[in-house]
Design a protein around this ligand. Sequence first.
Ligand code: FES
Length: 131
Amino acid sequence: MSLNRPKPLEDEPSVKVKFILEDPHPLGQEEKEVEVKVRLGDSILGAALDAGIGIEHACGGVTACSTCHVYINKGEDCISEADDDELDRVEEAPGLQDNSRLSCQCVVEQDGDIEVQVPAWNRNAVKEHPH
Ligand code: FES
């Protein structure tokens, strides 16, 4: 499923976000650390997908699943706050932590030191439970 969103423009303000990929290969990456330029106002999920980091997103980013679950290790203050819908949904995610977020709901709002960790089990959340 692809998200219908604009491509980042080179001359728009952007923020560097470091992704820590516990298991990079299933996400389409070779390295465990990937730095991505994220346009202000874009979501962590959207930016990851643009950069070829294949975070699962079964519902297409409408807070109807928890497959896009990530950990915000650093820079929480630079990202939009979770609303009630997200908080309710993220509680269903495996491996819940205090810094758990749904990446489709994390909008980058200001520059800072942002680090996002993608758990190794992220990619299999849907595929292991076929309908
Ligand atoms: S993609 Fe479904 S909640 Fe984020």
